[in-house]
Design a protein around this ligand. Structure first.
Ligand code: SER
Length: 600
């Protein structure tokens, strides 16, 4: 069964049970500074779990590419990926444990055809705040699971909230709940005692693979540390498409599924070595395959390699992919890497549609890194052979001078039998932070989730300011201006748009004045929900048109701006007070980036 067939079956299965298929989120969420990239299908659901009405209804389904780059080292094994497709279904107060567990079981057994004896489930064992999930236990038993296929775990395994939080460290206002995971057992794999005295679904020996998780999203964290029940009981299911396909193959290596076979074949051709011919080289194949898939999808959504935030994350992926090509003995030309990556056009319509942009930026980064890699390798090899101490400061200088991401330094050191201590890694991070212009929002805090109220307010203002900027740029520079990307933190907005060159000082001033004039005019900000076609017909600006659902919110700022957007926004432009353009950059051929902030 191909990944495409599994995806289609899943969507059809839930649509035939009353779900509406929704459009997945872009990978860079415009107004969610708590996370760098969309990492779960549920991210766009948060307000709806809390009771807001979703325009598409109370039963929803989609397949969401989700980027999880917290631990790139894990990607080297046979089941962890830096991005994966999450099959998601949601019940927003409309159904709960009984329907969800029965449906997901039916899907896996009837539609995918798994042997029920290979499936195990886990449940929450309860703690002082939340009872043991005996309700789900009874449901699983009634479905037919034997007692020894139902396993209870504590909050560390069977509680789900964003950023891996457990009830004690969830921020105030954060939502979460107990969950029930489903595991596939590779019965031919022998447990290895180095992973523990006995095997169980959450053992890391590789015998069990988690393929899906039904979260019962029913709690919210209070200021006093307690949990309250949400106004409605929600279901949040996430299944790993690639892992389901691997389980269906009855092969624990996710890199053996059809989605990756084309790209692996191209690496084999380019390099002249076959995957699985030398276990030491499998890791390189997996890293190249995984990182190029994530990179191409990010590029296709307009992210460009750079030194900050999203751009830096992308740069690390591309450079690591190239470095592992180098380890396999291949030259690392831009055209070689693009040829390997081009197979992704067969699987991702968005990569196919934006291939020229993807290829150009992949090539540019490859050429930059080619010379950096030669220089950095020479410096590092010399230092190693001269017996120079390679510490955090040295690693930072390599990064600063040669564009060498820390991971590559660590990789080379470990090949030479040397390892960094945690203190040395911290020293690198400390140097890195000192030099990073917007270090406050790139620091680890970005993954922590939960916003202070004050930040919420600024983010809302900046969201409306982004619409003002878009409309002002079009009035001053012309109607060819269209958004290529946008990102908002509690400090500033960032807006990318197509334009041949940087703006003159006068143009910058005119754009800024025009925005401030709309603020002084105290324009009302209102929205209407309508069909995307109707919104476009009325001239509403839109971004990634193919990613919207049928029903969209259209925000108007007086008669100055009309744009399709999910919000949130201020009610009147006077709340913004005053905006200032902080700087502009040319970030790629024909793409300009503007940073702007609120001034009191
Ligand atoms: N929210 C859960 C997860 O991300 C299930 O969708 O794993």
């Amino acid at each position: 069964m191909t990944t495409k067939e599994i995806r289609e079956k899943y969507i059809e299965f839930f649509v035939s049970r009353g779900h509406k298929e929704i459009t997945p989120s872009p990978l860079v969420l415009e107004n969610d500074p708590t996370t760098l990239f969309t990492s779960s299908g549920m991210q766009q659901m948060v307000p709806y779990f809390k009771g807001e009405k979703h325009p598409m209804g109370e039963k929803l389904v989609d397949s969401q590419l989700s980027v999880r780059m917290q631990d790139l080292d894990e990607v080297a094994d046979n089941r962890h990926l830096s991005s994966f497709e999450m099959l998601g279904n949601w019940g927003l107060g409309s159904y709960f444990k009984k329907d969800q567990l029965n449906w997901i079981w039916e899907f896996f057994i009837e539609e995918i055809g798994f042997d029920s004896e290979r499936l195990h489930v886990s449940l929450f064992e309860g703690n002082k705040d939340v009872p043991k999930d005996t309700e789900s236990y009874k449901i699983w038993r009634k479905i037919g699971l034997p007692e020894n296929h139902i396993h209870f775990y504590d909050v560390n395994k069977n509680w789900w909230a964003r950023n891996g939080a457990v009830p004690s460290n969830m921020p105030t206002g954060e939502i979460g709940g107990p969950d029930s995971e489903i595991f596939y057992e590779f019965d031919f794999i022998e447990h290895r005692p180095e992973f523990g005295s006995f095997c169980h679904p959450n053992c890391d020996c590789g015998k069990f693979l988690e393929i899906g998780n039904s979260v019962f999203m029913e709690y919210v964290k209070n200021e006093d540390g307690s949990l309250s029940e949400l106004p409605q009981k929600n279901v949040d299911f996430g299944g790993g498409l690639e892992r389901i396909a691997a389980a269906k193959n009855d092969n624990p290596d996710v890199f053996k599924i059809d989605m990756f076979s084309g790209i692996i074949k191209r690496i084999e051709e380019e390099i002249g070595i076959n995957y699985n011919s030398d276990p030491k080289k499998d890791r390189d194949f997996r890293i190249i395959t995984d990182h190029l898939r994530t990179s191409c999808n990010l590029l296709a959504e307009g992210v460009i390699p750079g030194n900050k935030l999203h751009g830096y994350a992308l740069r690390r992926l591309i450079r690591r992919a190239m470095f592992h090509c180098h380890l396999l003995g291949s030259g690392i030309s831009g055209s070689g890497i693009s040829h390997i990556a081009e197979d992704l056009r067969n699987h991702y319509p968005n990569v196919d549609k934006n291939w020229d942009f993807v290829e150009e930026n992949l090539n540019t980064e490859a050429v930059r890194f080619e010379s950096a890699l030669k220089r950095g390798l020479a410096n590092l090899t010399k230092a190693v052979s001269d017996g120079v101490e390679i510490d955090g400061k040295f690693a930072f200088d390599l990064y600063q001078n040669d564009g060498f991401p820390l991971e590559l330094t660590l990789e080379i050191l470990s090949q030479n039998g040397m390892n960094f201590t945690q203190d040395e890694k911290n020293a690198f991070e400390a140097e890195f932070e000192k030099h990073r212009e917007n270090s406050r929002v790139t620091s680890a805090g970005i993954f922590k989730g939960g916003l202070e109220n004050k930040s919420d307010e600024t983010i809302t203002k900046l969201h409306t300011t982004t619409h003002l900027l878009h409309a002002a740029l079009r009035q001053i520079l012309g109607e060819h201006i269209s958004q290529k990307g946008s990102h908002i933190t509690a400090e500033r907005l960032r807006f990318d748009f197509g334009h041949p060159g940087k703006l003159t000082d006068e143009e910058i001033k005119n754009v800024e004045d025009l925005m401030n004039l709309q603020i002084e005019k105290k324009l009302p900000v209102t929205f209407k929900t309508e069909s995307l076609d109707a919104a476009i017909a009325k001239g509403a600006l839109h971004f990634f048109a193919d990613k919207y659902g049928n029903e969209v919110k259209v925000y108007s700022i007086g008669n100055f701006s009309k744009e399709v957007c999910g919000g949130p926004h201020v009610e009147n432009t006077k709340e913004i007070e005053h905006v200032r353009i902080i700087k502009q950059e040319k970030i790629g051929s024909g793409v300009i980036r503007i940073y702007a902030g609120i001034e009191k």
